[in-house]
Design a protein around this ligand. Structure first.
Ligand code: ADP
Length: 771
């Protein structure tokens, strides 16, 4: 009786008869495949001819076994019909493998051979099979190949059985042996024809293919002989028991199908599990859909699976697509199919894409919204069952939820990246601390402000990261300080601090804390750090300016007031030389005042000017002469000044008045910021197309970090509150500006405590004809 392995013969046959025979190849001229088919058909015809010719020789006009109750034409007709039925009713064992079908054709052919005389047996077999092909409208080439194979096989079987049996009738050992022999011949022809065909299609070498088939062929042989022998014997002797021969076969088939079905369900469960693992990893849209399509294609034994996403095209995975779905434009067919999906999964048999025989559709619905539908299609008529429906419904929901989540995730990522851009672009530093002061977010502006990068900051506490001081200069923990003033009632506070960077630079910052509390206390502190340094500098500058200017203005005013008072009270009685001196002092201080006011005006003009050159009028002049003129203003200190001039004039392009002003400022500073008994060297020279004046003093010098700052407006190295020297901090600012306006420059080198060298250079004038 055929079992699970059993009728592997049928399996082989199925390969030829099944959908995988490449018809297109068969059509294309005399390909190797076409040659095999032609060979098989010819062999079949020849074998059939041989039977017809040899029958009289074998003198076998009678059947091997006589059925007492049916014979003649009626028997032949019944057998033709049974043969046809055995070919038509193929029981598909697996959904997975369309080839694995159970048919009773082989045993039926043997039945024909036993119950009919040779020619009739052959005719009945061929007629039955041909009738089945007509009913099924099989492709011509396939039908020819199969008919050829069966004709050849059956002919060989008839000859072998007849030779084996001789004159014996009924079931003796010899008959059984003859049956085995005949069936072996039949199976051998089948296996050979099939292997030749497969080899022609490129599946391997024929001998190897035959070997692969041997085991199942042996089982087929035994099963066919056993089933036929028993069946025919029972039919001849006790026809009433005939149904009991079929029953075990049916039972085994049923058991096999149940087992195979369970195995399929187990496989499907494993795939569902893999799919749910993919979903658990919160995948993106494409990953989730791809995982679903793969699961659905394998788990539902589908030929094509579609995910029709509303407004977003179709992703399709077919049998030939491998692991990656194709993206398709949604067609009307797709849209109509998707529209028919409502509620749970439903089976559809009409309105399907071309080539589909059946489909299973399910809507993709999540969170009250609809995202589209999934469609699972089969080309053959194996139907989707309620079990398929009940499996698909929750899977489609799971996919819909995953898609919805993926959508949310995408939105979230977009929103986050917008927020991140705000944080990154903000000129204020932004940081987020957790409840214990550990940094969770650190913006790029903070890196510029504090000198600590994001990588260093994340995970550290604010206290260990930043050196911050309060107004008195005492170290404080910026987070603790904020936390002390934060409470659910006052979740926002501002704290001003001084930040000491690792490079020693100090920054004034205002920390604006915005805290989030829950029942357990502070959960998060979002801090906006605003850099107040510049603002503070400006504020200091303003107050310094007022202090400086008022001091500077008052200094000359005091002697003017004193001498004017003196002249008013006893002007007439004063000796003329004393009066002249008083008037000199008044004139001198008034001139000083005028200069101060002039400086203030000029500096404010410079800051509002867009065109620096406007404050100068360029002419040519001898740098040496201008320097001499500048030193003449310092007659009282003449003994301290050493002027060195070159032999040749140094003709520069400059504004002579402004040049003298710059030089006066440099010489005055050199005298002012060095001891009264020290010398100041002033030297004029020229090199590299430039005229140069260096003013060298042996005074207090300048700290390195002040070298650039002394050229800033109002900047003085001295503290304005304890000034030992007078000055507005405008001189060098104006001087450098004028030097640059004349295409020259002003530079300084200095050693603290030893003295400074200021170098003022100007471009040499283009030589004229006279010079
Ligand atoms: P003022 O002399 O009126 O203060 P300046 O702009 O001329 O303003 O100079 C700015 C500052 O630069 C001075 O306050 C002084 O501290 C410093 N300075 C200028 N020249 C010298 C120098 N030769 N030696 C040391 N310090 C100097």
């Amino acid at each position: 009786m055929p079992g699970t392995e059993v009728l592997g013969r049928a399996v082989r046959k199925g390969r030829a008869a099944g959908p995988r025979l490449p018809l297109n190849r068969l059509r294309g001229g005399l390909s190797p495949v076409a040659r095999v088919v032609a060979g098989v058909v010819l062999t079949g015809a020849a074998a059939a001819g041989l039977v017809v010719v040899l029958t009289p020789v074998a003198a076998a006009h009678h059947p091997v076994v006589h059925l007492g109750w049916l014979d003649g034409l009626a028997l032949a007709l019944v057998l033709v019909l049974l043969t046809c039925a055995s070919e038509l009713v193929a029981v598909r064992l697996h959904r997975q493998d369309a080839d694995e079908e159970l048919t009773l054709l082989d045993p039926m052919i043997l039945v024909n051979v036993l119950l009919l005389p040779p020619r009739e047996a052959l005719s009945a077999s061929i007629a039955g099979i041909a009738l089945a092909y007509l009913i099924r409208s099989r492709a011509m080439v396939k039908a020819l190949f199969n008919l050829g194979t069966y004709a050849a096989g059956s002919a060989l079987m008839i000859l072998l059985v007849r030779i084996g049996v001789g004159d014996e009738v009924d079931f003796h050992l010899r008959l059984v042996a003859a049956l085995v022999l005949g069936t072996a011949g039949f199976v051998a022809v089948n296996v050979t024809a099939m292997s030749l065909l497969l080899a022609a299609m490129g599946a391997g070498r024929p001998s190897q293919l035959v070997r692969e088939d041997l085991r199942s062929a042996a089982f087929t042989l035994m099963a066919t002989v056993a089933l036929t022998g028993t069946g025919v014997s029972v039919a001849a002797h006790t026809p009433a028991l005939l149904p009991f021969v079929v029953l075990p076969a049916a039972a085994i088939t049923y058991a096999y199908r149940v087992t195979a079905g369970e195995a399929e369900e187990r496989q499907r469960s494993a795939r569902v599990l893999a799919f749910s693992q993919v979903l658990a990893s919160t995948p993106g849209r494409d990953v989730a859909v791809t995982a679903f399509l793969r699961l659905a294609r394998e788990g539902f034994f589908a030929d094509e699976v579609l995910a029709v996403l509303d407004g977003d095209g179709v992703l399709a995975l077919g049998a030939a697509d491998g692991d990656h779905p194709r993206a398709l434009e949604a067609t009307d067919v797709h849209r109509r199919l998707a529209a028919r999906a409502a509620g749970g999964a439903a089976v559809l048999v009409d309105g399907l894409p071309a080539g589909w025989a059946g489909a299973l559709v399910a809507p993709l619905e999540a969170g009250g919204g609809r995202l589209g539908a999934v469609v699972i299609g089969r080309y053959d008529r194996t139907k989707f069952g309620p079990r398929d429906q009940s499996v698909l419904t929750p899977l489609a929901s799971a996919l819909a939820v995953a898609l919805r989540n993926a959508e949310h995730l995408t939105q979230l990522v977009e929103e986050t990246s917008k927020l991140r851009a705000v944080v990154d672009q903000s000129s204020d530093g932004i940081l987020v601390l957790d409840g214990s002061g550990v940094v969770q977010l650190w913006s790029p502006a903070l890196e510029r402000l504090s000198g600590h990068g994001e990588a260093e900051a994340l995970g550290a506490t604010l206290g260990e990261l930043l050196d911050t001081r309060d107004a008195e200069g005492n170290p404080v923990d910026a987070f603790e300080l904020g936390r002390q003033s934060l409470s659910p009632r006052t979740p926002r506070v501002a704290v001003d601090l001084e930040l000491v960077r690792e490079d020693g630079e100090r920054r004034s910052v205002r920390c604006l804390h915005a805290a989030i509390f829950d029942a357990g206390g502070l959960v998060r502190d979002v801090v906006n750090v605003h850099d107040l340094t510049r603002q503070r500098q400006v504020e200091k500058l303003k107050s310094d300016f007022v202090a400086t200017v008022s001091h500077e203005l008052r200094t000359p005013v005091t002697p003017i007031k004193g001498y004017a008072e003196m002249l008013r009270r006893k002007g007439d009685s004063l000796p003329p030389e004393k009066r002249a001196k008083a008037l000199d002092v008044i004139a001198d201080r008034a001139a000083h005042l005028a200069r101060l006011v002039e400086d203030l005006l000029l500096s404010s003009k410079i800051s509002s000017e867009t065109e620096p050159a406007r404050s100068v009028v360029i002419q040519t002049a001898d740098f040496g002469q201008l320097t001499t003129r500048a030193t003449e203003d310092f007659t009282p200190s003449a003994a301290r000044l050493r002027l060195r001039l070159p032999e040749q004039p140094v003709t520069v392009a400059c504004d002579p008045t402004r040049t003298v002003q710059v030089l006066t400022n440099l010489i005055s500073n050199a005298l002012k910021y060095s001891p009264d008994d020290s010398l100041v060297d002033v030297e004029v020279s020229s090199a590299d197309g430039r005229g140069r004046v260096t003013v060298v003093d042996r005074g207090r010098g300048l700290p390195a970090d002040q070298l650039d700052r002394i050229f800033e407006k109002f900047h003085r190295v001295e503290d304005p509150m304890v000034m030992s020297t007078g000055g507005t901090g405008l001189g060098l600012y104006i001087a450098r500006h004028l030097a640059r306006a004349m295409s020259g420059d002003l530079e300084v080198t200095s050693t603290l405590g030893k003295g400074s060298t200021f170098t003022f250079h100007l471009p040499l004038a283009a030589p004229t004809l006279e010079s």
